[in-house]
Design a protein. Structure first.
Length: 335
């Protein structure tokens, strides 16, 4: 019998509101749970009282990692239709519970070279992962958990976030020839960008982007003196290549980089289904923790939605898969 009840553990964690920026209570609960199980627990301070939780037994060769922050809005757990519902049920508190159960099973068999790294801030900038990377213990493998439909990742896309700024000259809208519309400039550039060629990759496909934010103008009867838009590129290669292509719209608008996360190629295991994924994770910012693998129960299609859930049978199967992945990694390290 497992030393923890996976579903009960996941449900208790889901019931703690850990929306990004408010992870303190969940962090304290996790730290106390791991301490009670006999782990050496380290709190890694991040910001504003928030902290990562690192729990280990002996010096680890393999580390299982995921995040315990969630997107808003918070809603508590519910068990129905053989599924666990609730914010974070699949992204990624259910995953965390499955990982911990796998580590506990390995400890029961005498294997103590496995640790848990539980981070904050993944949903908004990965500040927890950045802090954790500075404290890497020299482990050989990192098995990160995200909802991948119980498949290993072959690769994940990176991300490049940029802002476009257009400048104009204000004038009365009755005499537009005396002004210069920043909104018109911005719209023209956005239309032009639709026809531009972006980098591609044989595994991940073409780079794509979305316009997430747009703002500009003063009033309906004023020619707009300024306008801006923020774009999120899902990249399949070097961010510099995408940025160079985006800069072809200058000097009509200014292009400013805000954030980049590189794409990642992962270690895979024969016999475990694998696929490429369009999202980004903490893994690029945890590169000092060892060769990365990415696996988790649950679907990205329900993560961040009002009906977020994970199937209970899939959650239980993931425990065995995590255990198999750890043993695979330990065997490679021993070889």
């Amino acid at each position: 019998m497992d030393s923890i009840d996976t579903v009960a553990f996941a449900r208790a964690l889901v019931d703690i509101d850990s929306t990004t920026g408010r992870e303190q209570a969940a962090g304290e609960w996790l730290a106390s749970q791991l301490s009670a199980l006999g782990y050496t627990v380290e709190r890694q301070p991040v910001a504003d009282g928030r902290f990562n939780v690192y729990g280990r037994l002996d010096e680890p060769r393999v580390v299982l990692s995921t995040h315990f922050d969630c997107v808003p809005p918070f809603f508590p757990s519910d068990l129905r239709d053989d599924c666990l519902f609730g914010r974070g049920s699949c992204d990624a508190k259910g995953i965390l519970a499955a990982q911990l159960t796998a580590v506990e099973r390995m400890r029961a068999s005498g294997e103590r070279r496995v640790a848990m790294l539980l981070v904050v801030g993944e949903e908004r900038g990965s500040d927890g992962a950045t802090v954790a990377n500075a404290a890497a213990p020299g482990s050989g493998f990192l098995i990160n958990g995200e909802p991948t439909d119980s498949r290993l990742a072959v690769a994940t896309r990176g991300m490049l976030r940029v802002r476009l700024d257009a400048q104009g000259r204000a004038a009365h809208s009755a005499v537009p020839e005396h002004g210069e519309s920043a909104i018109d400039k911005l719209v023209d550039v956005l239309v032009r960008m639709r026809a531009m060629e972006w980098p591609s990759d044989p595994q991940l496909g073409k780079t794509f982007y979305s316009v997430g934010l747009i703002a500009g103008g003063i009033a309906p009867n004023v020619i707009s003196p300024s306008a801006s838009a923020e774009l999120m590129f899902r990249i399949v290669g070097p961010a510099d290549d995408v940025l160079a292509t985006a800069r072809h719209v200058e000097p009509t608008v200014a292009v400013t980089e805000i954030l980049r996360v590189p794409m990642v190629r992962f270690h895979t295991v024969p016999g475990v289904p694998a696929a490429v994924f369009p999202f980004t994770t903490d893994v690029p910012l945890l590169d000092r923790w060892g060769t990365p693998l990415l696996f988790g129960p649950g679907s990205i299609l329900v993560a961040h939605t009002p009906h977020e859930h994970v199937r209970l049978d899939e959650l239980h199967r993931a425990i065995g898969t995590y255990e198999s992945l750890v043993r695979h990694c330990l065997a490679i390290g021993a070889g």
